[in-house]
Design a protein around this ligand. Structure first.
Ligand code: EPU
Length: 448
């Protein structure tokens, strides 16, 4: 069984929508709670499925979790005093499509001397290997053993700080290093680190817990290991991916949406691009109003990149707006090799988009010499019409919703449970913005 959203499109989105804590920070801050000797308090936690998955993983390991997104200020309390080993089959059954279990390794090895990772899922936007994670864990002194059921990590003695350099500034691997280095013996130096705002907020959390971490301007992070950490009290930074998704929806539907909670400093690159296309925005202390000011939208060349570049997660929602821009837009995806598949559904809805194996851009990309269609040329403007579409992945799924909202006629978007992973109450929020949507559970196979 999988849920379907029926959308009667062609109605501009108008009104206010609120974003809460960033999915890609909150899950990591929850993992960090494992490292403390006292209770941690995380605020502004959104009601999304990924939070439920991490909560379950913590509980399986003996962490007592109370509160939750529905409580006051979305407050979650995590008491890690009785951390214990979890049953392998339970971890496997619970982790589902999540990639979070790999980040539990460092903290669990510090607490229990061992950890286990089942086969990992996550969105189908590329191969998504965990080789960098396993390499850095080995360099800290962990023993990594591949078993038929997953990967067992153990440590014969306390993990040791080390000098590391990532082949690519991977977000997850940088977090892995931080979560492991803070309690390792001695100093860790990480070169070519990711420096996304969500990582900055994770560093803030770890510093509150007692860690000693410095960030240099050249992607170098230094961590001096400490013997013990306490719990933390922290309010999560807002979700800049969700904020950009609503901005893209406002532009594609010729609407006007105030995104309460959106924060300018985390979105500078997105805001520049939004303006170049012809979108308008007003910024105040509490959020950002995104709107279509009238007149034609302009086509652009766009390349995704690690921070401070244009985020890969902003790409899919914005491509729908680019189908409404005049002329040829060229999009080069450099973070994931397989994040253009969602354009097939847009083409069925009337968009003119061609995908290419070549790098259509100037950013050096790891996929150019390989057989991946990771560039796209979008020719617009093209009217969109309703269709039956299937959600391919989290962000691609939201972009399909935007296309359905911008299209004339009725669309049925299948497999929207996948969107629940990262967009809080999105059907209610859409209805609040005037969209004509209804959610049903239909007997069709789930995508995820
Ligand atoms: N990579 C490897 N080996 C590894 C790890 C990564 O080759 O061991 C490659 C990946 O295949 C990818 C690139 O490095 O091509 C970047 O991956 P990264 O590790 O940076 O991504 P991640 O940590 O798995 C997080 C977010 C993603 C977001 C990326 C980039 C979470 C839970 N996920 O993934 O978010 O796209 O960083 O910003 O934080 C989403 O929210 O929809 C989403 C996919």
């Amino acid at each position: 069984m999988s849920s379907v959203l029926t959308v009667s499109g062609g109605v501009p989105l108008r009104g206010t929508v609120a974003v809460r804590g960033a999915k890609n920070f909150v899950s990591k801050a929850m993992v960090a709670a494992l490292l403390g000797e006292t209770t941690s308090r995380l605020r502004n936690v959104p009601d999304i499925r990924d939070v439920g998955v991490v909560r379950g993983l913590l509980e399986l390991h003996g962490v007592q979790v109370c509160g939750g997104p529905d409580g006051a200020d979305g407050e979650l309390l995590m008491d890690p005093v009785n951390v214990e080993r979890a049953n392998v089959a339970d971890i496997d059954a619970h982790a589902g499509a999540s990639r979070i279990p790999v980040l539990l390794c460092g903290p669990l090895v510090h607490r229990l001397g061992a950890a286990f990772i089942p086969d990992l899922g996550g969105c189908r936007i590329g191969d998504r290997p965990i080789n960098y994670h396993l390499d850095v864990l080995r360099q800290f002194g962990a023993v990594v053993e591949k078993l038929p059921s997953g990967i067992a990590i153990s440590a014969p003695r306390r993990l040791r700080g080390t000098r590391l350099e990532l082949p690519y500034p991977s977000v997850g691997t940088t977090e892995q290093v931080l979560l492991t280095a803070v309690r390792a013996e001695g100093v860790t130096e990480l070169r070519n680190a990711a420096i996304e705002p969500e990582i900055g907020d994770l560093i803030a959390v770890l510093q509150k817990m007692g860690a000693i971490i410095s960030v240099d301007t050249d992607r170098v992070i230094r961590v001096e290991g400490v013997d013990s950490l306490t719990g933390y009290d922290h309010r999560a930074l807002p979700d800049r991916i969700e904020a950009a998704s609503w901005a893209s929806a406002a532009l594609a539907t010729q609407g006007d949406v105030y995104v309460a909670g959106a924060r300018q400093p985390d979105m500078t690159t997105f805001l520049n691009t939004f303006r170049k296309i012809g979108g308008a925005f007003d910024i105040d202390d509490d959020g950002i109003r995104f709107f279509h000011p009238g007149g034609p939208l302009r086509s652009i060349p766009l390349e995704t990149d690690v921070h401070p570049g244009f985020m890969t997660d902003w790409q899919q929602p914005l491509v729908v707006a680019l189908t409404q821009a005049q002329g040829l837009s060229i999009v080069h995806e450099t973070v994931y090799e397989n994040r253009m598949g969602f354009t097939d559904a847009l083409v069925r809805m009337g968009a003119t988009i061609q995908t290419y194996r070549e790098c259509l851009g100037s950013t050096p990309c790891r996929f150019g010499a390989q057989d991946f269609k990771h560039s796209a040329v979008i020719s617009g403007p093209t009217p969109l019409h309703g269709a039956d579409i299937e959600v391919p992945d989290l962000r691609g799924g939201f972009s399909h919703l935007i296309a359905a909202l911008a299209a004339e006629g009725t669309s049925r978007v299948h497999g929207i449970d996948l969107i629940d992973r990262g967009y809080e109450h999105f059907a209610d929020k859409l209805a609040g913005l005037g969209a004509q949507v209804s959610r049903d559970t239909a007997p069709v196979p789930a995508v995820a």
